[in-house]
Write a protein that binds this ligand. Structure first.
Ligand SMILES: *Cc1c(COP(=O)(O)O)cnc(C)c1O
Length: 377
């Protein structure tokens, strides 16, 4: 049986190889390796794609989140509400500015945060909420923004898994004050190394983050350091690669959606759950996640069939040693899901026949795990 990878980046890059091959020469000819015209071009393209006024290219998604918080003035003593089922980077960014993460539970069908749970977690010290568009599925931002604005708190989007996803026709990342992206190689739009960005319509915020990412420099005087900054800049080489790959993003996301539809119809008759996309949401299908009580056995059965899978994430953030606070919280949905979630192979070049093979292997395994239930149905 041929190997089914979890993600096939080589197939994506082979479509673009002639153009990607030219990148070194283009960057060398500009002699700008950090910032410069290729970075500015990608920033303009990514802002246009997201439907925002500004994009600031940054070193990675974690620094994007950290600068979004710092740019909004979030600091020591502040609380930031965050879903417990996210990649640890979301939480690291909160800790990095000295604020306190307040972990919340999620909707059992979508595994996303909801406004009512956010509302219940608001205290007089709450300064912001980070909405994580996990797996590529946008959070209901209308209700989150309504709740946050009533409480006078800022909203930040972690759109690291949601390039091109939409909520009621608007792009993930453009639905709040500021959206944060990662272009880590495995994301829907990935660089050839680390890269990230923020997008926003707020002039002052964009300018502050640009300065903070570049040693606090004044825009018109590189020797004047107006604020305490750091080095979180985007490389020209990565920006040039991202501009080339961006031309294919819509098509690649459409291919992922097609693969997701094929999975959904093939898996529908089986006794398992598929993480649900809410009406109004168009997912970018960064990941395709199912839930089953037999997760660990299922994972082994698929590995035996040469099918690679992943778990995003096996330990929720509030249970990680690094973030276990004195006040231990119980989040039953996130904790239960962490034992049941399984991410299936998902990438643009995943064929219908490969999806069929994965679905057959899942069906076969379930028949072994619970023959009686299946006979009854
Ligand atoms: C990848 C990811 C990040 C971090 O991005 P890096 O570029 O790896 O720093 C943050 N949040 C989520 C949800 C992610 O998936």
């Amino acid at each position: 049986m041929s190997h089914v990878p979890f993600l096939d980046l080589a197939a994506m890059h082979s479509e673009l190889m002639p153009e990607l091959d030219q990148v070194w020469k283009r960057v060398a000819s500009t002699s700008s390796f950090i910032g410069g015209e290729l970075v500015e071009r990608f920033e303009a393209e990514w802002a246009a794609y997201c439907g925002t006024k500004y994009c600031v290219g940054l070193s990675n998604g974690t620094s994007a989140l950290q600068l979004a918080l710092a740019g909004l003035g979030i600091r020591i003593g502040d609380e930031v509400i965050v879903p417990a089922n996210t990649f640890v980077a979301t939480v690291e960014a909160i800790e990095a500015v000295g604020a306190t993460p307040v972990f919340i539970d999620v909707n059992p069908q979508t595994l996303l945060m909801t406004a009512s749970v956010v509302e219940a977690a608001i205290t007089p010290r709450t300064a912001a909420v980070i909405a994580v568009h996990l797996y590529g599925q946008p959070v209901d931002m209308d209700e989150i923004c309504r709740t946050a604005s009533a409480a006078g708190i800022a909203v930040i989007e972690d759109a690291a898994q949601a390039h091109g996803a939409t909520w009621n026709g608007r792009r993930a990342g453009s639905l709040s004050t500021i959206g944060c992206f990662s272009f880590y190689p495995g994301k829907n739009l990935g660089a050839f190394g680390d890269a990230g960005a923020v997008v926003t319509n707020d002039d002052a915020l964009a300018e502050r983050i640009r300065s903070m990412s570049n040693h606090g420099r004044a825009r018109d005087n590189p020797h004047q350091h107006e604020i305490v900054g750091n080095n979180y800049r985007l490389d020209a080489l990565q920006a040039a690669i991202l501009s080339i790959k961006l031309k294919r993003l819509e098509e690649w996301n459409a291919q992922r959606r097609r693969a997701a539809k094929t999975y959904e119809s093939a898996l529908a008759p089986l006794p398992l759950e598929i993480v649900k996309t809410a009406p109004g949401a168009v997912s970018s299908h960064h990941l395709f996640v199912i839930m089953t009580e037999h997760r660990d056995d299922m994972r082994r059965a698929l590995a035996a069939e040469n099918i690679a899978t992943g778990i995003h994430y096996p330990t929720p953030c509030h249970c990680q040693p690094a973030f276990m606070t004195k006040r231990r919280v119980r989040l039953p949905v996130v904790e239960g899901a962490a034992r049941r979630i399984l991410s299936l192979p998902m990438y643009p070049h995943l064929s219908d026949s490969t999806v069929g093979r994965v679905a057959d292997a899942i069906g076969q395994a379930l028949r072994e795990f619970e023959p009686l239930e299946l006979l009854a149905s």
